[in-house]
Design a protein around this ligand. Structure first.
Ligand SMILES: [Zn+2]
Length: 201
């Protein structure tokens, strides 16, 4: 993806995440990989519904800004996921209400309630609480880098994808599943055999 297209697509995704209430105010941060050592990430402290393509900050794999603006404070866990997964080209971090509610109530994300949960999300770990922007948060994310989606206790969620659309779909599905789980209370997953079948699809 070239830089101009990357800037446009990243801003479009931010607006969609914001419009769908997947993140509010200045919360969350989103990025795309443009090349081996080149990434675009949302700027620090800005409302995600009001970003323009030129607001995204170009950084290298060490987190050094290569364009105007200050990259998100969380750029280090984005870079950790890109380093761990060469196939990942997009990382999304949001503060979705129902995902956070689930972690505050001490419940784990249950992804076996519907076929989409199984196919898009797989097993979703909940990482403990870590101060935003901390080294400890980066290390915890790195330790769970094989997961396409993860929850952060009392904070939010992170998804990654082979493209921006996959990372977006995972975030949208994660919040849908969290909401479903809070609506139905204790419920059984699909049968083991069906889950195994869906995982192969
Ligand atoms: Zn956050």
């Amino acid at each position: 993806m070239n830089e101009l297209l990357g800037r446009r697509r990243l801003t479009d995704a931010c607006k969609m995440l914001y419009d769908r209430n997947l993140t509010v105010s200045a919360g969350g941060n989103m990025s795309v990989r443009l090349g081996d050592d080149l990434f675009l990430i949302t700027p620090s402290g800005r409302n995600k519904g009001l970003l323009c393509p030129e607001d995204a900050v170009l950084i290298n794999s060490k987190g050094k800004p290569l364009s105007d603006g200050k990259p998100s404070i969380e750029h280090k866990f984005h870079l950790a996921l890109y380093a761990a997964n060469p196939g990942t080209t997009s990382v999304i971090h949001c503060h979705p209400l129902h995902c956070i509610a689930l972690t505050v109530s001490g419940r784990k994300m249950q992804c076996g309630l519907t076929p989409e949960g199984v196919m898009l999300l797989g097993d979703v770990p909940t990482l403990g609480y870590f101060t935003p922007g901390s080294k400890e948060l980066v290390e915890a994310v790195r330790a769970h880098s094989s997961h396409g989606a993860m929850l952060l206790e009392r904070h939010g969620a992170i998804t990654q994808g082979r493209d921006l659309e996959e990372a977006f779909n995972r975030m949208e599905e994660l919040e849908f599943q969290a909401r479903l789980q809070l609506l139905v209370g204790d419920a059984e997953d699909l049968p083991e055999k069906e889950i195994a079948k869906l995982r192969k699809m």
